[in-house]
Structure formats: structure tokens, C-alpha cells
Design a protein around this ligand. Structure first.
Ligand code: ZN
Length: 506
């Protein structure tokens, strides 16, 4: 038999063993690929002529003539070895260009996210973060930062992703959170000082405002004093194109009352991170999106000026925008007002540091994307999370309606308890009666706002009870889940790709 026939036979053998097309990577003296097993799970395979090329990986090795093939788990220590072998899978800071975060509560969505980036022609234009989870989500899903990162690595490898990746440790509130995620290999740290934001500052007047200004901000920690701040920033002006921003005394005092303690908190966590992480290892996002009242442009400027003075560097900032970015549904509010707000924030960011605006709860905001892309250009980070779970429920509802019925019923039961700490308007009493929607007619609920939000916030309860069933179903219908995610996220990405492409050619 000639060489050609032997190659063909070897290739056929690989496919017979479940080789995942598109996963094959040749790196140095070895090839790596994923294999799909009969039960829907995946394993890692490596081949090399030199046994030392396989060290660090655990599994069973067999010799085929000159070549050694090792097959092992696509999990645990093999994923750490995989990140070393294929450096693009090891999270790095992604810098100030357009980026998107794809939170994935099930750990199965990354291949679909990769498909969407490809379909939208976003590769190389929109930087990707596949591992992104907050401590709140970790607590509710029973997952760990390491587990989330490992699932994202496995998914990106299976899908043959060849571009860099970031990993976002989302909504961190303590030094212990920072340490945990740094050890796991995260590259982006979203510091959330929300608990230190005083929303009541918006309504303080006269003497009450003056008193709060003297007492609320932690002045020693800020290395400042009421007099020092007024001397530095009262009367400060910023040219924002069609409008100018000027700190009058009251606006400055209000900003310090509202965000002074938040500045100190961000500084503490960022300095902690910098001391541990070493240079070039991590980037920081500052997020105040989960607070009750919008961040004014003056307050944004105060935050940026003070953080910079205190030697904090950050790559993106998530203000609390006007209107409402609620989970799982489109924007609620006046789009013209939002456009003006986004434009103002983008101009403040451009003037004070050239960092990105981060859109949290960014999934399903189809009315917002063109506006945000027009206002901020390439300086946008789009953060999504729960919507990939809702797409999983859509696949479940089509393949096994009984499972979706169970999840909906449980969600209605658990809503009151699970909604705590979420800012949403959805109400279970407005969800259509599931009993009146037999079989896959229940899929209509995924188009209904209240139902989407009820399902969105009760994911922890649902995964606790039905997680294994849902994961098994998605394993068996992997292509359907990938298709659903590709369609859904292509729509999220398209407006940003258009802007990134236009800026690249400008
Ligand atoms: Zn957020």
C-alpha cells in the first residue's frame, strides 16, 4: 500500500474515533485534537513522534509505528497543560479595542460563541472573553473560577479558536475574590464598588449635602480632604464637543458623596491586584452599573480623575446609564436620552483616559448596539451572560418540552427568593400559565419579557435540580445549541463589527 492510502486509512481511523473536525492544531512537534465519545462527552488526543512532547499530559499512550498517540480527559490538569501548549488559549489582557464577554452558566456554550464570532466576521475585530463569571453566579451554579475557566478552555479548543482570549473575573468585591481568580488564571478583573456607592447623594440639598461631603468620603484613604478636593477640582472644565462639563461646587460635592468611598474601594482592590499579579498580567474594569441611580457625566469625570490621581489604571468602565439595562430583555427607556448619555460618557472616557465603556447586562439590547457603536466607536466592551442559558432552555423546549415545563414551574416557585440582588421589573404573575401551553407551545415563553426574566434569575435553582438533565440534553443536541447561540450572538456582534471594520479602514 502506498503512502497516500496509508494516510487516508489513518485519517479514516481518526474520524471513526470521533475526531472533532476543526479542532486539530499542529503545534511544534505535536498535533492536538478533540474527540467526541459516544456519550456526548469529549476527550483530548495528542500525537507526536517524541514522547517528551507529550509530557505534562495525562492519559493512555499507544504507539502506532513512529507515532505515539495519547488520549486523556479534556479536563483538569490536561486543560492547564493545553493552555501551556497552545498559548492563545491562555487568558491575557486584551487592551482597549472592542471586546465582548460571553458568560456561560452551564459551561457548554463556548463553541456556539465561537461560531457566532466567525459568522459575524468578528474574529480579529472583536476580542473575545469566553470565561466570565461573577462570584454571585459561581455561588448559584456551584461552580468555581477555575471550573469556569477550564470549561471555556475546553470549548475554545473543541471549536478550534486561534485568536487570543481574555478571562473576566466579574463583579469582584473583596481581596479574597481577587486572589482566587488570579490563581485560576483570569486576566480581567472587574472591580465592583457598588456596595460603597451612596445613591442618596442625588437628593441631598444644602446643609445636608455639605455635611455628607465632609463626613462620607473616607478622606484619609483618599489621601485628600474636603478643602483639597475643592481646591483641585472646583471649576474644572471638560470640552465634550456640543456641550461642556463643568464642576460647580454642588456637582463636585455630590460626586464625592456618592462615589468617594467607591473610589477608595477600587483603589484598594486594584493595588492589591497589582501587588500580586505583576506587570502585564491583568487588566481592570471598574463597574458601578448595579446601583440605583444613573452616573452623571460629572460623576464619571470625578471617578476617572480621582482614580487616576490615586494611581489606578483601568481598561473599561461600566457607568450606570440612564434608563434600565435589565436582564434578558431589550433596553427600557428613552433611546434618544440613552444616545445622548452614551455619547457624553464616551467623550468623558476619551478625554480622561481612552478606556472602553462597558455595557453590562448587555445581552438582548438590540436597540442599544447601533447607538453604543456610534457613540463609543471601537471603545466598547459588551458583557453578556444569562442569555446563553435562555438559549439552552430554547433548545431544551424544542427537544424535550417536559424539561422546560419543569424549569418554568420551578422558576415561578423560586422567583421571590432568587430575585433578591437583581434589579428587574419582570413579575411571575404576568407569566402566561404554562399549563395552557402544552408541549413545545411553551417555547412562546422565551419571547415574553416576564417569563424571560423569571427564568433568567432562577437559573441557580434550575441548575441545582435539573442541571444534569439539561447538560445531558445539550450534549445530545450539541449542534442545535451551537446553531441557536450562533444565530443569537451574530445579532449582538454585527453592529460592533461594522464599526470596528470602518475604524480599521479609516
Ligand atoms: Zn454588571
Amino acid at each position: 500500500m502506498n503512502q497516500h492510502h496509508e494516510d487516508l486509512r489513518a485519517t479514516a481511523a481518526l474520524f471513526a474515533r470521533g475526531l472533532v473536525p476543526g479542532s486539530v492544531r499542529v503545534h511544534g512537534a505535536r498535533s492536538l485534537w478533540a474527540e467526541r465519545l459516544a456519550d456526548g462527552s469529549f476527550r483530548l488526543a495528542l500525537a507526536s513522534e517524541r514522547s517528551e512532547s507529550l509530557t505534562g499530559f495525562a492519559g493512555e499512550a499507544h504507539r502506532h509505528g513512529e507515532v505515539i498517540v495519547l488520549r486523556g480527559a479534556l479536563g483538569g490538569a490536561n486543560l492547564a497543560a493545553l493552555r501551556r501548549a497552545l498559548p492563545n488559549l491562555s487568558p491575557v489582557p486584551l487592551g482597549p479595542g472592542t471586546s465582548a464577554g460571553f458568560g456561560d452558566r452551564l459551561g457548554l456554550a463556548t463553541p456556539g460563541h465561537v461560531d457566532a464570532l466567525r459568522a459575524a466576521r468578528a474574529e480579529g475585530r472583536v476580542a473575545a472573553i469566553f470565561a466570565q463569571q461573577s462570584m454571585r453566579e459561581n455561588a448559584r451554579t456551584g461552580r468555581t473560577p477555575q471550573g469556569v475557566l477550564d470549561d471555556a478552555t475546553a470549548g475554545a479548543f473543541r471549536a478550534g479558536w486561534r485568536h487570543p482570549v481574555g478571562a473576566d473575573a466579574d463583579h469582584l468585591k473583596t481581596e479574597a475574590d481577587v486572589d482566587l481568580c488570579l490563581d485560576a488564571g483570569y486576566s480581567m478583573f472587574t472591580i465592583d464598588p457598588g456596595a460603597h456607592v451612596h445613591d442618596d447623594a442625588d437628593t441631598l440639598r444644602g446643609g445636608a449635602l455639605q455635611e455628607a461631603f465632609e463626613q462620607r468620603p473616607p478622606w484619609p484613604a483618599l489621601d485628600s480632604s474636603p478643602d483639597d478636593l475643592m481646591a483641585r477640582l472646583a471649576g474644572f472644565e471638560l470640552d465634550l464637543g456640543e456641550r461642556a462639563l463643568r464642576f460647580d461646587n454642588e456637582a463636585l460635592q455630590r460626586a464625592a458623596v456618592k462615589y468617594g468611598a467607591a473610589v477608595a474601594h477600587v483603589m484598594r482592590l486594584t493595588h492589591h491586584l497589582r501587588a500580586k499579579a505583576g506587570p502585564g498580567r491583568a487588566e481592570v474594569e471598574v463597574s458601578v452599573d448595579e446601583t440605583a441611580t444613573p452616573t452623571t457625566l460629572a460623576e464619571h469625570a470625578y471617578l476617572a480623575l480621582e482614580l487616576r490621581r490615586l494611581d489606578v489604571d483601568w481598561v473599561s468602565l461600566a457607568p450606570r446609564f440612564v434608563g434600565a439595562f435589565e436582564k434578558g430583555i431589550d433596553y427600557l427607556g428613552d433611546l434618544a436620552a440613552l444616545a445622548r448619555d452614551l455619547d457624553g460618557h464616551a467623550r468623558v472616557a476619551a478625554a480622561l483616559g481612552d478606556y472602553k465603556l462597558s455595557l453590562h447586562s448587555g445581552s438582548d439590547k438590540f436597540a442599544v448596539y447601533p447607538i453604543a457603536a456610534a457613540a463609543a466607536g471601537a471603545r466598547v466592551h459588551l458583557k453578556t451572560a444569562g442569555t446563553s442559558y435562555l438559549e439552552a432552555l430554547r433548545v431544551a423546549g424544542a427537544a424535550e418540552p417536559g424539561l422546560l415545563h419543569d424549569v418554568v414551574r420551578l422558576g415561578l416557585e423560586r422567583f421571590a427568593e432568587d430575585v433578591v440582588s437583581y434589579h428587574i421589573g419582570g413579575r411571575p404573575e404576568r407569566v402566561p400559565d404554562p399549563a395552557a401551553l402544552p408541549g413545545s407551545a411553551l417555547l412562546a415563553l422565551l419571547e415574553q419579557r416576564d417569563a424571560r426574566q423569571v427564568l433568567h434569575v432562577t437559573f441557580g435553582s434550575a441548575l441545582e435540580r435539573y442541571g444534569p438533565r439539561l447538560r445531558a440534553l445539550l450534549g445530545a443536541h450539541e449542534d442545535a445549541y451551537r446553531d441557536a447561540l450562533r444565530r443569537h450572538f451574530e445579532r449582538h456582534l454585527a453592529p460592533f463589527v461594522a464599526t470596528a471594520a470602518a475604524e480599521a479602514t479609516a
